[in-house]
Ligand binder design. Structure first.
Ligand code: ATP
Ligand code: MG
Length: 450
């Protein structure tokens, strides 16, 4: 971050040397005041975008229509934006026109919250016409100017309001909150992509639990452009501490398990929210793995073993430990099979859920006992699997073809899946001769079945 600061200083210095005004502004000033990690440096200047482009050798015209030029300096990027005023807010979204101005005050006035409307000079002097410092000291989040007007201009600010209040543990000033409640229906003018970006930041942020509470109080999620299942999150069932789940994807999976969506509904919902494909898949796999574990192992497998004349579980006065071992075997098997289907990462996430918020797994149909076993042994079960993916098998599809001497067909994939399962469950050694022999045997049975 040191080099970032000096980079920003050099850019400001360069602008000043050429007779322009330039200040650090917005979130970067706020973060410096709060002694937080500054993620990106925003610089405001009286120089026009073309002038900024002329002054620096490496620039990117990121948002020329909004007056923003990205300056690349020492491997870091800095957003340099010409002082501007926004006008012609249409449809409660970002402004249709920007007007360049030559005064910092007006530029700060268009910003959303007082703590985001401060500037810092090269000498470190804070320019704070809206008393952002006082609000930061009092831990208050307040709109610049008239709150109803500001949310009316740009409804996304309501989500930003909740995000900042949660992230920085701020009290939302009364009139700001009242205006947010009154203007909440305007959120239906905001593109789902922008809604999703704010939600992702809340969930990945410092205090997703507070963010979700504020979202619920404000009813904002019930008022988005497209109907969201997330609007029906049962608040009373949220476990304290869920916000400390390790990865954003696990937190999302947690929330959607509480909403009790099916994997198919989940996929539709996440698509509606324009989540990246990879993120959708990550979340879907965790939720699907939970349902699969709830459906089969540990519970139904035990029951079917009993039905088939196996030892009844925990009914003959054995110790709890014995009962647990009885449950463990089918659960372990189902666990490993789920790892093959959904990937070890998804199962790792299930372990986190089992450890930190077991209630949600029980709500999804996994027994308390299975939960305990998963949190205690899940990681070892994954660890001891000799293979988890087809490419880890000591045999390739091509080798199967030449060894078995049948024309290529879907059987190859089926046989590979079978080999994967058998080696993963340690019923077959992962070495070529053993794999080829088993492949030959199973290919015959496939053949006769077809
Ligand atoms: P962070 O980057 O940590 O999310 P930030 O405050 O830097 O927070 P950005 O979206 O990077 O937020 O915007 C930079 C600055 O631009 C803000 O600090 C604020 O002054 C202004 N700003 C951004 N979005 C809006 C908006 N919708 N309405 C008014 N001002 C805004
Ligand atoms: Mg920022």
């Amino acid at each position: 971050t040191k080099s970032l600061v000096s980079g920003a200083k050099l850019i400001i210095e360069t602008l000043l040397d050429h007779g322009f005004e330039a200040y650090m502004v917005g979130g970067s000033v706020r973060d410096m005041v709060l002694k937080r990690n500054v993620k990106d440096y925003d610089i405001a200047t009286s120089a026009k975008p073309e002038q900024v482009q002329q002054l620096f050798t490496h620039t990117i015209p990121t948002g020329l229509q909004h007056g923003t030029v990205t300056v690349v300096w020492g491997g870091h990027v800095y957003e340099v934006t010409t002082y501007r005023k926004e006008s012609g807010y249409e449809d409660f979204r970002r402004p249709s026109e920007v007007e360049y101005i030559d005064n910092l005050y007006e530029d700060l006035r268009r910003r959303d919250f007082t703590m985001n409307a401060m500037a810092m000079s090269l000498e470190g002097e804070i320019i704070d016409p809206f008393n952002g410092m006082a609000d930061i000291d009092d831990k208050v989040l307040r709109c610049v100017g008239e709150a109803p007007e500001r949310f009316h201009e740009d409804a996304l600010r309501m989500l930003r309001c909740i995000r900042f209040a949660a992230e920085f543990e701020l009290h939302i000033e009364e009139q700001t909150w009242a205006a947010l409640l009154a203007q909440a229906p305007l959120l239906n003018h905001i593109a789902m992509e922008r809604v999703r970006m704010e939600l992702e930041r809340m969930v990945a942020g410092a205090n997703p639990e507070r963010a979700v509470k504020l979202l619920a109080c404000s009813r904002l999620l019930a008022l988005t452009k497209e109907a969201l299942l997330l609007a029906h999150l049962p608040q009373e069932q949220l476990s304290p501490g869920w916000g400390h789940l390790p990865e954003p994807a696990v937190k999302w999976a947690y929330l959607y398990l509480l909403v009790r969506v099916t994997p198919v509904q989940l996929e539709q919902e996440l698509r509606k929210l324009t989540f990246a494909k990879q993120r959708v898949e990550e979340i879907r796999r965790v939720v699907a793995a939970v349902y699969e574990l709830a459906g089969q192992p540990g519970q139904s497998d035990v029951r079917s073993a009993q039905a088939a004349g196996g030892q009844p579980v925990g009914t003959t006065g054995e110790s709890q430990a014995v009962a647990l071992t009885e449950t463990a075997a089918p659960l372990e098997r189902g666990w490993k099979l789920a790892a093959l289907e959904y990937g070890a990462a998804a199962l790792g996430s299930v372990i986190e859920l089992a450890r930190r918020v077991p209630q949600v797994l029980q709500l999804s149909g996994i027994s308390a006992e299975a939960c305990k076993l998963i949190s205690q042994h899940g990681a070892d079960w994954l660890q001891e699997m000799p293979v988890q993916r087809i490419d880890q098998l000591d045999v390739r599809g091509k080798e199967l073809l030449s060894h078995i001497g049948q024309p290529a067909g879907p059987w190859v994939a089926q046989v590979l899946q079978h080999l994967l399962r058998e080696t993963a469950l340690q019923r077959l050694a992962n070495d070529k001769p053993a794999l080829l022999a088993e492949a030959e045997r199973i290919a015959k049975t496939l053949n006769t079945a077809q």
